[in-house]
Design a protein around this ligand. Sequence first.
Ligand SMILES: [Zn+2]
Length: 487
Amino acid sequence: MAQQQSAGKPVILLNIDSLMPYALEQVAQTGRAPALQFLMENGMYFPDMVSSFPTMSVTIDSTLLTGTYPDQHQIPGLHWFDINKKQFVNYGTGFRETFRIGMRRSIHNMLYRLNHEHLSKNVTTIYEDLAHKNTSSASINSFVYRGNHPQRLKTPKLLSALTHFEDGEWIAETPTEFSLGAFSKFRSKGVPTQVAAGNYKYTAKELRHLIKTNKLPQFTFCIFQDMDTRLHFKGPTYMKMILKIDNEIQKILNMYPSWKEALYQNIWMVIGDNGHSATGTRRRKHAIDLRKIFKRYRIARLQKSVTEKDQLVLCVNQRMAFIYLLDKKASLDSLVALLKKDKRIDVIAWKRDGAIHVVSGIKEGTVSFRPNGPVTDIYDQTWYISGNLDILDLHVTNHQFLTFGNYPDALARLYGALHSHSGTYLVVNAKPGYEFKAQATPAHLSGAAHGSLHRQESLVPLLVAGTNKKPAHRRFTDMKNYILNLC
Ligand SMILES: [Zn+2]
């Protein structure tokens, strides 16, 4: 019965960045966040949805919207190296780093190239799939937005000199309804206080406008991008911002005759994007300087063109890094040997001869794997695995059934990262408490950081109210089909 009732109701997916299960449970069960409490008590709660990897926003949003890991959607991280163009790609990992690469290039990368050049044409977004069914959709405040509705976007005057477009205007392919800070808005009189991203009040107002004017489409994706920066400074236990966002969700629910009625009319979902791992206080100890580890190599500089002499490229995504080997005479093995000596590094992975190999700075041996073998994991993926399973905290039963411990969906997620773009590179993860450092990397000492494969950053909460249907698996890759089946 319930399933029939829910068919065709508009789906509203609220993405609260850095929302973590513990924090959500605390504020909901103590009555401090009435809207989230209501959705939790009148719906379903999943505390352990597996995010993408690296646990960085653009990679995660691309996974959520395409239902694929980066091996297919091809957004490798917030910071990566395009080996064909010999170019750093940075969608904006922090002001210092962005500034070095050039603000102009970052804005262009974030707003245009991410959606129209980098996000693979071989995958489709929820918006594109819905458009094929003649079903409308909305995106509010998301940097990943590709749809197939051409829309003219205009860069605010202040920034137009920083884009590559004439007069700061360009045609983007967006969902039917599209709001992104000052670039595109629903309310002609709305004034975003930030160019894009932050500002939960503005974001909620845009959503309320869709509801008020009866323009709510079959699917709406709405991101609150306000918590992340605060958590980086204040650490993973900071909760105040959730209460402010909850207040905005209350105002949204108050637009209906009753909150129960809001559930009869729509399906409501609230999801996080990544967790945070608390970081230590001492720069020398807790920031792993990759330039020191590789001091005998010549490392490409951010602001300069990569030259023939450069041997390595370092792209840090907080607690995860891509390490590219440019020097054909050097070997990955010698890089691995140097990293393995560092007890602050827990997962070092690379691909060779069709398999992925993983070693660790804290555990002995190697574990190797490749797809399509006799072992079946909890997500129905199959693998050949050999070596020390302890390195990735894998558990295989006598019946060849695989479960994951500290590194959720570790095999598919490492596979995804190591097939996300061309080049010879390593994927490395810092142990909880530590983060990587290279040239001009933003630091998060005495706060929190993310990026790695660890469960602290990988498991995020999902609330669903207004339907009894569940996703096939508790993973971000399963959200797209789940939503399409509801729409
Ligand atoms: Zn962050």
